[in-house]
Structures are given as structure tokens and as C-alpha cells.
Write a protein that binds this ligand. Structure first.
Ligand SMILES: *[C@@H]1O[C@H](CO)[C@@H](O)[C@H](O)[C@H]1NC(C)=O
Ligand SMILES: *[C@@H]1O[C@H](CO)[C@@H](O)[C@H](O)[C@H]1NC(C)=O
Ligand SMILES: *[C@@H]1O[C@H](CO)[C@@H](O)[C@H](O)[C@H]1NC(C)=O
Ligand SMILES: *[C@@H]1O[C@H](CO)[C@@H](O)[C@H](O)[C@H]1NC(C)=O
Ligand SMILES: *[C@@H]1O[C@H](CO)[C@@H](O)[C@H](O)[C@H]1NC(C)=O
Ligand SMILES: *[C@@H]1O[C@H](CO)[C@@H](O)[C@H](O)[C@H]1NC(C)=O
Length: 374
């Protein structure tokens, strides 16, 4: 408190509002306008690869997709968090653990899935008027049982919403409203890519992504090449009409990669300000892409997934899609592109030295590629 008292008076209210930012009673996901809307009729801002950070905890790994951690993302209005889950063998215990890794655990390991879910659970405990969506890429085919054990261990299972059918998507506008999810305290929507519903009787809250959603292409490396055309699942590929008829929700990928040597892509941080720009007319900008897809489908995307979500800020394009003018209980964070500072001693925790691991993995892939030519 003593150090707070020394701050100029004008800064105090700002700090206070950041410390207590929370959607108030009567509002849902930062706005009273969203309570009566169905889950699928709201546009949710997604942080792509949410736990994979490009900050001092990963020595500013070039594989990192976000500048701020998942908790800060949620504080600033992100409501969809995506991550990849990989099997990790712990050499000291000889046990298989489930970790959040970017492409490979040697490249960027953000720690156990259950620890990350526990962080989200803590945030949800402190934010009772918010609906959060988690989308896990099931890179090593975890079973429903294995995933369920992680959700149980983290405590977050208490909030899990279970759909009335695990195999049939509700029609447009047919999902529960945000206020009904909030009053039932079933505020966590969980999707897995992929988890065959026919082999999941134990944990029906784990929804198979492509039963309920479709996506436009990802791995875009040219800002002029963002489209609204469905790419996955195969059943709706290339056909917006088939996607609409299937009742799936639209997850709009909107992140740009830089093509590196040997077929490796990294998040394009150099162009991120235009990629996440809310300004209509910006080529390859988020605001324009949301508007273009709303035109194609007659409704805004349900999810828009971005890298470096603080930049833009991306939330501005989402507020426009939702008709939200005065968001409540949201932290305002820097929209700056973080530059690596002189930080030679960092990189010991969590992700470790991402850059040198990246070089190492590239080297391995080159070795494998060369070997396969031989
Ligand atoms: C990373 O930077 C933050 C903010 O500048 C600082 O508070 C924190 O101590 C740093 N952490 C590490 C591991 O260097
Ligand atoms: C997230 O980052 C903030 C700001 O750097 C830090 O205070 C907080 O401890 C971090 N939370 C987690 C769960 O890592
Ligand atoms: C391996 O398991 C031990 C014991 O559970 C744990 O303390 C340690 O953090 C694990 N190592 C890694 C790299 O996750
Ligand atoms: C949801 O959107 C559908 C399709 O655009 C519309 O028909 C319906 O009225 C909306 N319902 C709610 C509750 O927002
Ligand atoms: C962009 O799209 C055009 C037209 O479909 C295609 O020819 C080109 O290869 C794409 N560029 C990249 C870098 O993918
Ligand atoms: C990124 O920005 C640079 C410089 O502004 C530009 O030359 C380049 O074409 C952009 N890259 C993409 C993929 O749009």
C-alpha cells in the first residue's frame, strides 16, 4: 500500500479497475446486450495457441503465438482458448504426461494440460458471469477417459456444459443463451479436434469439434488469401451452403504465418498490426474479414481465432460484430507488439529457450527430410 500511495492520484483508479475487472451481475461476457443471445449467435474472440507464449518465459520463442498468458487474455475479453495436447514422457518418473506443446514438446512445452485448465478454472471462479470455450487439438489421440482425468484433476469439470446430443449440432440459434449457461453454472464449452463421439460415453461434455463447427483454411501465408470458404470438415469443404445446412458453427481462422525454410511456418509477427486491424478496408485485416464472412453467411462468425490477441486490439472487431459499444469489466492491456529485450539469462522456466530449440527441431526435420531422400 505504501508504494501505491506514492503513485500520482490519476493512476490509482486505473490500477484499481484492472485489479477488479470482472463482468458485473446483469451482464454476460462483458455486456448486458449478450445475455439473451444464444451461444452460437455471439461472436467469441479466440486466442490461437493460447498457452504458447512469445515472452520472457520462453525467451521470446519465434514459435510463440501470444504475448500474454491465458489469464490475461481472458481478462482482456478473449473467450475462446485453443491449445494442442501432446504426450510427454517424463524421464524422471517414466510416466506419460499430457502436456501443451507447440508442434513438438522439444520446440515449446507449456506444461501439463491439467495445470493450464486449473488456471482457467481459477479465472472462472473469479468471473461468474462469463462463458468460456476451450478447444483442444488432440495431437496424440487422447481417449475420452484420459482427457476426463485431466479435467477432473484441474477442478474445471464443475463448469462443463454437456450438449443434449453429442452427434447432432443444434440448428442456428438453437444453443442455450449465455444467461442460461451462466445461471446453470455450465459456463465451460469444451471442444476437441478430434474425439469420435461413438467412443465417448464417459465424458459427453467433451464435444467433437467437427461435429459442431466448421473452419476456413489456416496456414495462410499471404494476407490476400484469407477466405470465408469452408475447409474442414471434408463434408462441407468448399461449400458455404453445405456448411450452413449442416447447422455447424463457423470458426473463422484469421492468423498469418511466415513461411520459413524447409516448410516450417511461424506466426507472422511483422505484419500483426495490419492482420489484427479493426479498420474496415485494411487488406487482410480482421475487421474486414469478419465483415466479409458475415456477408457470405448472413450472420457473423461464432468464433474468430487470432494470434497476438492484444494487438489491434482484436477485440474491437468482435465488439463491432456483437454490437457492443461499452464493454463492462474488461481489462485494457497494451496493444503493443512486444520486442525482445536484452534477456540473456531468461528462458529457464516453462518453455525454456524456444529459439535454440526451434533451430534444433528445424535441424532434426532437415535431417529427417534428407534421410528420406536418400
Ligand atoms: C518477465 O517480465 C515481466 C514484466 O516485465 C517481469 O515482471 C517478470 O519478472 C519477467 N519474468 C522473467 C522470468 O524474466
Ligand atoms: C499471467 O501473467 C500475469 C502478468 O504477467 C501474471 O501476473 C500472472 O501470474 C500470470 N498467470 C499465470 C497463471 O501464469
Ligand atoms: C516429472 O515428474 C515429476 C514428479 O511428478 C515432476 O515434479 C516434474 O515436474 C516432471 N517433469 C516435467 C519436465 O514435467
Ligand atoms: C440467432 O441467430 C439466428 C440466425 O441468424 C436468428 O434467427 C435468431 O433469431 C437469433 N436468436 C437469438 C436468440 O439471438
Ligand atoms: C494465394 O492464393 C492464390 C490464389 O488462390 C494462390 O495461387 C497462391 O498460391 C496463394 N499464395 C500462397 C502464398 O499461398
Ligand atoms: C508483411 O509486411 C511486409 C512489409 O510491410 C510486406 O512486404 C509483406 O508482403 C507482408 N507479408 C504478407 C504475408 O502480407
Amino acid at each position: 500500500m505504501l508504494s501505491l500511495l506514492r503513485l500520482p492520484a490519476a493512476i490509482l483508479p486505473l490500477l484499481w479497475s484492472i485489479a477488479t475487472a470482472q463482468t458485473p451481475i446483469g451482464a454476460c461476457n462483458n455486456s448486458p446486450n449478450l445475455c439473451a443471445k444464444t451461444y452460437d449467435n455471439v461472436t467469441h474472440l479466440g486466442a490461437h495457441d493460447s498457452p504458447f507464449l512469445r515472452d520472457n518465459t520462453t525467451s521470446y520463442s519465434t514459435a510463440g503465438n501470444q504475448f500474454y498468458n491465458s489469464t490475461v487474455q481472458l481478462d482482456s475479453g478473449v473467450r475462446l482458448l485453443t491449445a494442442q495436447v501432446h504426450s510427454f514422457s517424463n524421464t524422471s518418473t517414466n510416466a506419460t504426461e499430457w502436456h501443451l506443446c507447440h508442434t513438438d514438446c522439444l520446440l515449446l512445452d507449456a506444461g501439463p494440460l491439467s495445470a493450464w485448465l486449473a488456471d482457467i478454472n481459477s479465472w472462472m471462479n473469479a468471473n461468474p458471469n462469463d462463458v468460456v470455450t476451450v478447444l483442444l487439438v488432440n495431437s496424440n489421440d487422447m481417449t475420452a477417459q484420459q482427457l476426463d482425468a485431466e479435467f477432473t484433476a484441474s477442478g474445471i469439470k464443475q463448469y462443463a456444459y454437456t450438449p443434449s446430443s453429442t452427434t447432432v449440432a443444434p440448428s442456428a440459434g438453437g444453443w442455450p443463451t449465455l444467461s442460461s449457461l451462466i445461471s446453470a453454472n455450465q459456463r465451460l464449452m469444451t471442444f476437441v479436434a478430434s474425439l469420435d463421439p461413438s467412443s465417448n460415453s464417459v465424458a459427453p461434455y467433451l464435444m467433437d469439434e467437427f461435429t459442431f463447427m466448421y473452419e476456413n483454411p489456416f496456414e495462410i501465408t499471404d494476407a490476400n488469401n484469407f477466405t470465408c470458404t469452408p475447409d474442414r470438415p471434408a463434408a462441407v469443404q468448399g461449400s458455404p451452403q453445405a456448411a450452413v445446412n449442416s447447422n455447424r458453427m463457423f470458426l473463422m481462422n484469421h492468423f498469418l504465418d511466415s513461411a520459413q525454410a524447409f516448410g516450417i511456418d511461424t506466426p507472422d509477427v511483422d505484419n500483426i498490426s495490419s492482420t489484427n486491424s479493426p479498420t474496415l478496408g485494411t487488406p487482410g485485416g480482421l475487421g474486414q474479414h469478419v465483415a466479409d464472412c458475415a456477408y457470405v453467411y448472413g450472420r457473423s462468425p461464432t468464433f474468430a481465432l487470432v494470434d497476438f490477441a492484444n494487438v489491434g486490439p482484436a477485440i474491437q472487431s468482435i465488439d463491432r460484430a456483437n454490437g457492443v459499444q461499452q464493454p463492462l469489466g474488461r481489462s485494457v492491456i497494451s496493444t503493443a507488439v512486444l520486442k525482445e529485450t536484452v534477456d540473456s539469462g531468461a528462458g529457464k522456466s516453462r518453455g525454456g529457450d524456444g529459439s535454440s530449440k526451434f533451430a534444433f527441431v528445424v535441424g532434426m526435420l532437415v535431417a529427417v527430410t534428407l534421410a528420406s531422400w536418400a
